[in-house]
Design a protein around this ligand. Structure first.
Ligand SMILES: NC(=O)c1ccc[n+]([C@@H]2O[C@H](COP(=O)([O-])OP(=O)(O)OC[C@H]3O[C@@H](n4cnc5c(N)ncnc54)[C@H](OP(=O)(O)O)[C@@H]3O)[C@@H](O)[C@H]2O)c1
Length: 431
């Protein structure tokens, strides 16, 4: 076989194995794959058994020797984590290698220096696998929808939390903790589930999507983030009674606030007939709204060996086909040219409908007192329901109209001081 391109892979875990399987079986795929050789593979442990039958002599635990190897054209980073992934990517760029990575954590935090270095060196940094696995959302934003003015990106981009919320919805008797333990046993959740259930993973991904959609760099710590730990099966059931399902959504919009982009991750009540409401289990889905396209929805496997490897190998093919067609110049639709940071509006400037679950002492006049407080701060109500609760308490479910977050928070602060109020267990936003 005549081999013209040499690839160095950093990491041979779940995704690396999927990538190797595709590269070792090129027949019936894009013809350029026949000219790709897996030249070196970097891993932590040289003694671990591997699923693919790559020649053991190409494995090394000296990853620097891969990123500095003059024979290698493309470095595929599939290790995960921040360091040494960041340093190795930067070193590979400095040595003129094109980069393909699935690492959302490093891109969301260090995309700035990585893309600046890549631009200066004239190499590609490809990231299709970093968001939503098998859904080609990066290419859609960079290329397919590039004629549009994008106004919103709204997605279910964390499979673990969608699996948990789907199970809570289907089995009201199971608690969050029970379902999380099952998700861990099934391999859908990490032993430390923080990145998923507290919304960090979705925040990394929406930072990447927002920067592609709106053309500016995003500071991760300016994204409002709320996870799903406080969502109870009672809330899931009450939402269902009102015609909604609860989903962890990542939302980026550029229209609602005069003071910048609105970017947030939080559990959200979604109307049952909305396209995102029927996305169940570990599946991901993303709605992009633009002018003139309107709203388009993409869904599919958000993670897993095959789906993620499909995205990684597509990036390798795109890089190789582009340098073959034009070895001197980068295809600007595949690059990343952001120079400035976006202004992100504080969440208090956002406007939304809200779902509130309150517990009050079962006494006359409590609904009137609540209505008075909400009205005082222009929080108009759409629905208010009172249900019997145990221990002499009444459960009050409130759905507001679209109101200012600041007004809602101010009203809630006053409501918390009402003697009739016991507690406010849940406050969630509606899509
Ligand atoms: N798994 C998915 O479904 C999925 C989906 C989308 C994106 N991603 C992203 O893809 C990347 C890889 O994920 P994965 O699930 O394939 O991870 P994984 O199964 O944990 O594999 C990681 C690989 O990297 C190697 N590695 C890690 N740290 C290293 C170090 N310091 N030095 C040398 N080798 C090191 C490991 O070596 P050993 O094998 O010797 O331990 C292993 O081969 C991550 O950025 C992840 O976020 C994964």
């Amino acid at each position: 076989m005549f081999v013209s391109y040499k690839v160095g892979i950093l990491g041979m875990g779940t995704v690396g194995t999927g990538v190797a399987k595709i590269l070792l079986d090129p027949v019936g795929r894009h013809p350029i794959l026949s000219s790709v050789e897996i030249y070196r593979v970097g891993v932590r442990s040289l003694h671990k058994p591997r699923e693919t039958n790559l020649d053991p002599s190409i494995y090394t635990d000296n990853l620097e020797s891969i990123v500095t190897n003059p024979d290698i054209d493309v470095v595929v980073e599939l290790m995960g984590g921040i360091e040494p992934a960041r340093s190795l990517i930067l070193q590979a760029i400095a040595h003129g290698k094109h980069i393909v990575t699935a690492n959302k954590s490093v891109l969301a935090r260090h995309g700035d220096e990585i893309f600046t270095a890549a631009k200066a060196k004239g190499v590609y940094v490809m990231l299709e696998a970093s968001v939503a696995g098998g859904i080609p959302i990066i290419q859609i934003l960079k290329q397919s929808l590039c004629a549009n003015k994008i106004t919103a990106v709204t997605g279910i981009i964390n499979g673990t939390t969608n699996y948990i919320l789907t199970r809570m919805s289907a089995n009201p008797d199971e608690s969050f903790e029970e379902i999380l333990a099952d998700a861990q046993a099934l391999g859908y959740a990490e032993a430390d589930p923080t990145a998923d259930v507290d919304g960090y993973d979705a925040a990394d991904k929406i930072a990447i999507l927002a920067s592609l959609a709106f053309g500016d760099r995003i500071k991760l710590d300016e994204i409002y983030r709320e996870g799903i730990r406080h969502v109870t099966s009672t809330d899931v059931a009450r939402a269902a009674e009102l015609g909604y399902v609860i989903k962890l959504l990542a939302i980026a919009r550029n229209q609602n606030s005069p003071n910048g982009l609105e970017i947030r991750v939080h559990p959200t009540l979604v109307l049952k007939d909305h396209p995102l409401a029927s996305i169940n289990g570990v599946t991901n889905a993303i709605t992009i709204t633009g002018d003139p396209i309107g709203a388009v929805v993409f869904s599919g496997a958000g993670a897993g060996m095959g789906a993620t490897a499909s995205a990684v190998v597509a990036d390798i093919i795109n890089v190789l086909a582009s340098i073959e067609a034009n070895p001197q110049n980068l295809n600007q639709l595949m690059g990343c040219s952001h120079q400035h940071y976006a202004t992100i509006a504080p969440v208090t400037e956002s406007h939304s409908q809200y779902y509130l679950r309150l517990l009050a002492h079962d006494q006359v006049g409590v609904i009137g007192d609540l209505g008075h407080c909400f009205g005082k701060y222009q929080v108009s109500l759409e629905t208010i329901l009172q249900k019997h609760h145990d221990q002499g308490l009444a459960e009050i479910i409130v759905v507001t109209k679209v109101v200012s977050e600041l007004n809602l928070q101010t009203a809630l602060a006053e409501i918390q001081s009402l003697s009739a109020l016991h507690s406010v267990p849940t406050v969630l936003r509606l899509l």
